[in-house]
Design a protein around this ligand. Sequence first.
Ligand code: RFL
Ligand code: PHB
Length: 391
Amino acid sequence: MALRTQVVVIGGGPSGLLLSQLLHRQGIESVVLERKTRDYVLGRIRAGVLETGTVNLMRQAGVSERMDKECLVHDGIVISHADEQFSINLKKLTGSNVVVYGQTELTRDLYDAREAENGTLIFNVENVQILDADSDHPRVSYEQDGKSYRIDCDFVAGCDGFHGVSRQTIPISARTEYEKVYPFGWLGILSETPPVNDELIYASSSRGFALCSMRNQNLSRYYIQCSLTDSPDDWSDAAFWQELKRRIPAATAESLVTGPSIEKSIAPLRSFVTEPMRWGRLFLCGDAAHIVPPTGAKGLNTAAGDIHYLYNSFAQYYATGDTLGLDQYSEKALARVWKAVRFSWSLTSMLHRFPDQTEFDLKIQAAEVAFMKTNQHSQSVLAENYVGLPY
Ligand code: RFL
Ligand code: PHB
């Protein structure tokens, strides 16, 4: 059976849904193809911090009502090193801030909006193939419940994450990949306990990195740097809490409220970029094109940056026939992506323990944090990147 639409969006994660919703508001038709179910996508606990640019895109997409009501505005973050800590006042240094609103909630709002507006979302698709993307008549084929389908379209948006098919569709000779794999992961837990602090704490310690984050006043998210060979089952809740307490300042550890974990998972850390982000009529967005380590909270926000550029380019094309935005998409998106890659690499390097670190390396790391503690310029660099660079 053959369908026709203007844009086929591969992947129903935050990138794909946001693009589809923004296009809908401009009267541009799309079909979203998702490999899993809605509940599966909503079960993945991931990002928690949104830049103002991401918040504004949600507003433009007409899906900000619950977010505006429930999000927590954060005007600063805390950096700690061993027992010392200092705040970075994002608001004072940049005039801007970030908000805490979980990726799960943002994705749920987007699903609800697409469904309320009768958007075409197709779940449980298998064997998605992008055909003739380098011609004027691209097509996407897929299977569902053993039946084969085909969609003819003007463009394909590859929003299918790091393990998707979109990037792999671009011939290897037409792309260049840049990658750095870090020798550790993050073990994260979610617990129905009040957050230990009203600002996020990024903690460096001799035992490794830890992060105290949150979702709301009674839902905390904590991470500790762990070995790549660890599995979540190796870590009882008690062992997790004990290790976390050893990595954050003693006074904070004392006031930490612990409880049973309701989710526990490990994410390996990597930086990855593929260039270019366009091949013919196929455009890559979000994790399909780039990955950053979670230090600095740039993954979802960088994906939203891509969607900003691509959505505006499609809007320009469908309103006027002008392809300039589409032609410049890859270059513009990559310029912002690389700055986020640099920032998250730099914050990761400053705060984690690396297995091959020498005593000299440790002294340099400590000096970098000490410099930041008293130097406003250094704090401003962090703050400007953290709240999000302009589009
Ligand atoms: P996603 O979320 O991976 O969604 C891709 C979707 O595509 C589907 N898919 C396919 N569909 C059809 N056909 C195929 N062949 C397909 N292959 C895959 C998948 O099922 C999926 O539903 O990518 P997207 O939309 O680009 O969104 C990216 C974000 O999810 C990601 O960047 C962030 O979660 C990263 N991240 C963070 N980002 C932030 O901005 N702030 C944070 O605080 C933050 N914290 C995090 C994070 C990521 C983490 N992990 C687990 C990697 C914390 C963690 C622990
Ligand atoms: C989170 O709350 O999941 C989170 C917050 C900040 C980060 C990474 C993850 O840098």
